[in-house]
Design a protein around this ligand. Sequence first.
Ligand code: C2E
Ligand code: MG
Ligand code: MG
Length: 351
Amino acid sequence: MSQLTYSLTKQSRLAGKRRVEPTQGSLEQLTKSDLLLAIERGEFTLAYQPQVSLMNGKIVGVEALLRWNSPSFGQVNPGKFIRLAEANGAIERLDLWVLKAAILAARGWEAKGLPRVRLSINFSARELVVPDFVANVAEILAETGVEPEQIELELTETYLIGDDRATLSSLKRLKALGLSLALDDFGTGYASLQYLKQFPFDTLKIDRAFVAQVDINSSTALFALSILELAAKLKIRTVAEGVETAGELAWFGQQGGDIIQGYLFAQPLPETELEQWLAAERILSLPQPKLIKWERMMTRKFPPHLTDGKTDALPKTGMLPYPNGRDGFPSRSTAKKFVTWLRQGVTTLVC
Ligand code: C2E
Ligand code: MG
Ligand code: MG
């Protein structure tokens, strides 16, 4: 029972139900059972923040973000209650609740004929060492009948976790279920690079620390570029988190980012609002690509490693689509390689 003082209401005593109301105490004192009770009482809801492709501006995914409207504390900042839930052990139940609620919501959208989007769910690195966690996830997948490919689990890392072997084994088992895995808040976690080295993540979410003012701050840009290059080498999709300005959007487009998420396009939305956005197929208008003329001579072909082996697939001359590979390149990775060349100062390509 909580360290908070609780009073059983007369009504609930009469009904024989365990209904408790926190009457004093601070947020910091909340225990696991307080948070589990809040789940039971339906105090948690989900907001959904769209993720948008830099190829075409379309919504390709939504991240489910937990919201707690507590009768005692009002709207509680997720940063705060997630930290508490991680510390007191309620996080696993919370995250499983989120997983199931979001899947059921997504099934509802599909039943209404709305476009299908990938569903990103946060989970704490702590859960990877909880023995039944993977089995519980598998059970929810089976119970809801969702296609696991539609789900991406975002590994967030507020706490440093100890047992690497157990962590990696859980990640492998989650992957074996058919789920995608994303490394959240990349660049700020305790062991981000180590995770990336040891485990093939599908997505890397670039923390806002490397996104905010990237277009005007050269040191931020240096780090963001290095992260994009690392992701490209590892063939991992990138999501730039917390894009707020047109300048930041243009920068990620130009540098070959894949997806953005942020207030510029949408705040986390209540479910009904998200449904309206999906129904209207809202699109983020992308900045006009800056076109750079390029040319190649007939005598030599592009080396296969620059064209994914399709040496004849490139036109002889053309306009290099800068930022996002929308016209005429055989593959997105080829377009990215051109962008890499451009970064190195090449404006006319002659092979
Ligand atoms: P996160 O997973 O990195 O989620 C992104 C956070 O950035 C969200 O904060 C979102 O509202 C905020 N955000 C989105 N766009 C912008 C922007 O343009 N500018 C700024 N300044 N912020 C933006 P939120 O909802 O407060 O969540 C905070 C963190 O709490 C999340 O960070 C995640 O680590 C954790 N969290 C939220 N829901 C869950 C959950 O269901 N389970 C777990 N384990 N953690 C969760
Ligand atoms: Mg996240
Ligand atoms: Mg994040």
